[in-house]
Design a protein around this ligand. Structure first.
Ligand code: DC
Length: 420
């Protein structure tokens, strides 16, 4: 089990990562300390911070002698590394040293070596994107600039130079060409500004172990999956793009009433679905849909209750299916993403998984009573994310841009799978 925790200075990474490791009985690896150690040694030796070849040598010679002790402490030459690498001066130098791609190419393999085979919580800037892209769960912590600065001030016992250190360092860390600080496309975003570390840890544990599907869901899903595979010769490409842990918005094109079942067949995890309220009119229909994780949404006007439900499910590590086109369009190609879809993605900060369905539009031909047995093909695309803004007023222009971005990314997958 590898859990990647990334984020800027003062986002609460270290506190959360240490607590989480303790709680899960996993090792804790602080990758920032490896860069700090290299910078500290460079400062001690008088190695210029722009002398790439010399820094590479310092990095290789230093990190060769770093080990993980008791699953939590990094040692250098046999002694636990102390507070000497945490001064503002070393922080500044570390950010400069770690911006050299040549230095990173020496440091990253050493960081991987420090991670025990039994698993770890690994903390840094590029763990989810570079060091451990296959991590079981990726978390990206952030907090408002004021909160991050006051946390650093508390750590150092003085605010001298902290504002400059933090902003300049974050900017440099985010802009460097290799290993830039950014959330991985499939990372869970958590804003820690007003959440105590223990609660952040509890949220991450919930992301790892979300409530499992009910028995009825599991049985119905298994039957549907069997029917789809045998009768409809369901063919799926890219199923590994559906995350095994954490929340995501599954975004299929919508051509038929059976699309929901096809998506549910793709994963044993429960897929919660927003379905238009009209589908819940008959008692039988409502029962079946509810058992299958659907919840009603009133269309044509903002439906706060269902929106709230959606955001809560995503917060709790669940998979939520939402049709980006809003409604069924049996006869057209993937065309327009609704703003409501982008709104949920922006407000939750959850990754979006595109799901291109093809064939389902022919299952219920208009005017015929019985379904037609046709081949169904599914392509699951790689997760991507929109800008995230989980609180505060969301400007209209930002929402429009996010909608256009979703449109562009989803179309690539949908148009590749849909027949012309
Ligand atoms: O997490 P930290 O503040 O101890 O990290 C110090 C610096 O090290 C940070 O400003 C950038 C760099 N760093 C990095 O480039 N990649 C990492 N995975 C971890 C840290």
């Amino acid at each position: 089990m590898i859990i990647a925790i990334d984020g800027p200075a003062g986002s609460g990474k270290s506190t959360v990562a240490k607590l989480l490791a303790q709680k899960l009985g996993l090792a804790y690896v602080d990758t920032g300390a490896t860069y700090r150690l290299v910078a500290w040694r460079a400062l001690q030796n008088g190695t210029p911070l722009d002398s790439v070849d010399a820094l590479r040598t310092v990095a290789a010679e230093t990190l060769r002698n770093v080990e993980l002790r008791d699953g939590a402490n990094l040692t250098f030459d046999g002694s636990v590394i102390g507070p000497e690498i945490r001064t503002p001066e070393v922080s500044e130098a570390t950010s400069i040293v770690s911006a050299h791609p040549e230095v990173r190419s020496v440091v990253v393999p050493e960081q991987r070596r420090l991670v025990p085979a039994a698993g770890a919580v690994v903390e840094g800037r590029d763990i989810g994107t570079v060091v451990w892209p296959d991590a079981d769960l990726k978390v990206y912590l952030d907090a408002s600039a004021e909160v991050r600065m006051s946390r650093r001030t508390d750590q150092h016992g003085s605010s001298d130079g902290i504002a400059r250190e933090v902003t300049e360092r974050d900017e440099r860390d985010a802009r460097r060409p290799v290993g830039a600080m950014r959330p991985a496309d499939d990372a869970m975003l958590i804003d820690t500004s007003s959440v105590p570390a223990e609660d952040v840890v509890a949220r991450i544990v919930k992301l790892l172990h979300p409530a499992p599907p009910g028995r009825l869901y599991a049985v119905l899903r298994a039957i549907l999956a069997f029917l789809l595979r045998t009768l409809f010769r369901l063919e799926v490409e890219g199923v590994e793009n559906i995350p095994k842990h954490g929340s995501a918005i599954l975004a299929p094109n919508h051509r038929s009433l059976i699309d929901h079942f096809v998506v549910a067949a793709l994963t044993k995890r429960q897929v919660w679905f927003m379905g238009k309220a009209e589908l819940f009119k008959s008692r039988m229909g409502a029962r079946l849909l509810t058992a299958l994780g659907a919840f009603p949404v009133k269309r044509g006007r903002p439906d706060r209750a269902s929106l709230q439900r959606c955001l809560e499910l995503l917060r709790d590590g669940q998979l939520v299916g939402i049709y980006p086109e809003g409604t069924r369009r049996p006869d057209s190609r993937f065309e327009e993403v609704e703003e409501g879809f982008a709104y949920i993605a922006v407000r939750s900060g959850a990754p979006i998984v595109p799901i291109g369905l093809s064939g389902t539009q022919a299952v219920f031909p208009t005017g015929k009573k019985l379904p037609r047995i046709v081949k169904i093909r599914v392509v699951v695309g790689k997760p991507f994310r929109l800008i995230a803004q989980t609180s505060g007023v969301l400007p209209r222009t930002k929402l429009k841009e996010a909608t256009a971005h979703a449109q562009e990314r989803l179309s690539v997958v949908m148009n590749a799978v849909e027949p012309l």
